[in-house]
Design a binder for this molecule. Sequence first.
Ligand SMILES: [Zn+2]
Length: 321
Amino acid sequence: MTENLVIDAHADTLLKLYFGSLMRFSSQEKDPMHITKAFLEEGKVNVQVFAMFVPPKLEKIGLEVTLEMIQIAKEKALNENFIIVKSSKDLDYVSQNKNSTTGMVLSIEGAIAVERNLKILPLIHELGVRNIGITWSRQNLFGEGVSFTEKKTGRGLSKDGIQLLEDMNNLGMLIDVAHLNYEGYMDVMQFTDGPFIDSHSNAHSVCPISRNLTDDQLEMIASADGVVGVNFYPKFLSPTPEKTSIDDVIKHIKYITDLIGTEHVGLGSDFDGIATTPLGLEDARKMKNLEPLLEKEGFSKKDIQRIMGGNFERVFRKVWK
Ligand SMILES: [Zn+2]
């Protein structure tokens, strides 16, 4: 049997690099990177999804910021021997060359870049972007994000939001519902046929904060054959975030798999976007520590492969054209 790829479905590394380049010095001294090529190799991560998030104060030049992040990613790929993964064929290539290359997936977090003009979406696709998160935790033209304080908020997707789903479906781009509000989830369920993902959220029943997913949201993901990526942010992991460890990540995985099965959960670290990390998962080097703990928890080898990346791989292959 071919071993599945290990995939991390969300990191904010490009944002750190973007600000680092703006300040004209390496951000690494002040704010150490959670993800580098060497760390991914050491942590045995084969494919890293790099999100492109536009901070609220830069919203007006959102497209320009996103384009610069794509540029940073392309330079990084070229200089550090990453493959920008855009298709099943590229996933095959990474699978066959695990020891010499790492895959990089470009993803937009909060569709600000195409807010002013959705007609440029095919061009964004052409530049290599394959996944798009509809909103961040705020309102945009397409829908409303869940706030960091309240679970239920406002309306679902707008007319433009539904159009975005349709255009993404036509291009073979994967919808990411992380940060989207509850009503938006319902609309994605209604207006899209294929699987969608929630790249970096946890179980509300284990840690009841607004950004985490209720059982019925998790069930929606499963019924669409989608995947939720467990987030490592201590505040999303436990009501006592100061005491979190890698075991809390296992706890969320266990809860979600007990609820919706082992085919709908993966990893979405949120590395480089979180100020603190759980004990035992300080950066990408520690990703390899998850497997033995999953084994100890009683997961089969097949299930561990699914959780570590096989599930995301399945959905990427199904949706990307
Ligand atoms: Zn996020």
